[in-house]
Design a protein around this ligand. Sequence first.
Ligand code: ATP
Ligand code: MG
Length: 412
Amino acid sequence: MTEFQRICLVHYHEIGLKGHNRATFETRLLKNLEALLGAFPVVTIHRIAGRLCVFLKEGTGWETAKAVADLIGQVPGTARVSCGFKCPRDLDEMVRAARAAMDEAGEFSSFKVAARRNHTDFEIGSMDMNRIVGAALCAAYPDKRVRMKDPDLTVGVEVVQGAAYVYARSLPGIGGLPVGSSGTVACLLSSGIDSPVAAWRMARRGAVCVGVHFSGRPQTSDASEYLVDDIARVLERTGCIARVHTVPFGDCQREIALSAPPSLRIIMYRRLMFKVAEEIARREGAGALVTGESLGQVASQTLDNIRCTDAVVELPVFRPLIGTDKLEIIGEAQRLGTFDISSQDAPDCCTLFMPRSPETHAKLPVVLEAEDALPIERWVGELADAAEVRDYACAAYRPRTRRAHATAEAAR
Ligand code: ATP
Ligand code: MG
């Protein structure tokens, strides 16, 4: 056990964070971290000179501190996270804290000291601190070399008002913006590989994600719903999903399959999905739809078909994966931790009533004519009403109040 208090310093990119924007960003990230670290021995989180500092309880061990840092690194808005100690503003104390941090940081053969002084009321400048702390550490580790360019280890020393923070283990985070700083989006979430990655990418840009899943129920089992729940729990770990609406879509698909030309079925299912998702988005106060489509991946993802589905909704449709290859998406899903869940087979509406040869170049007037025979508007309301809702922990999410909803509706 060490005598110093353990801390994690959270660094964020400062580009684009000016004026008022910056305080909002910091407060949002702080609140998100507070909620996500609830199960860890955290005393408090403070804003300190362009960083957030997570203070850990006395007696917290290295493994726990590392687990805290690893989670923080996956939270949108974190550009870098460093594990270390708080110590008095005294050079000898800083050297002792640095040694404690270096002893835990794993194998290294070269290092450098990077000091930063945020208050000029500390009389020693950062260059001098680098030199003095560096020399003391050289003496303490005679077999290690100081290297300014690409050292194995960088020992950070940050002096602020009233204290110093010293760390040796520092890892890049996922970057982006804290969830809740960019509004709400409705993500069409299947149990496949792509759509969880698409949702995650939007969360990383600060959007609160509300999922909409179309289940084949009652024409299929509810297996896909369990997979989507498992996927949502993975996204929940880093605050990247707020809730999921599950829409029982099987009966309407059956009606479409019975009445529409087989080649148009998929495009018609998808247009109906988009309309229902848009209705749910409206109820949630979401400003856009999100899908996991990637250009040309399957028949429904040709330019013509994308245009044909987009034509049915007014909200913008974001496709964060449109220009990515499947292998890249798989790699991202693996890092995210959703890949193994998504690789399990479950019948959902995508496997239901599929035609042999779907249309790849749908023409809008032809599709509109086929839809004329169906009570689409009525279905949209009924399906949105029939959706089952499941909530996940997301500190940034505020369910829309009836009053806010009524005001927004009146403004439409
Ligand atoms: P995924 O794209 O999630 O890996 P997939 O490739 O099987 O699944 P596609 O048929 O390519 O799905 O559908 C493209 C996009 O449409 C999905 O990324 C998702 O956003 C949306 N989508 C498809 N099926 C569903 C569903 N059952 N519920 C909600 N959204 C869906
Ligand atoms: Mg796909």
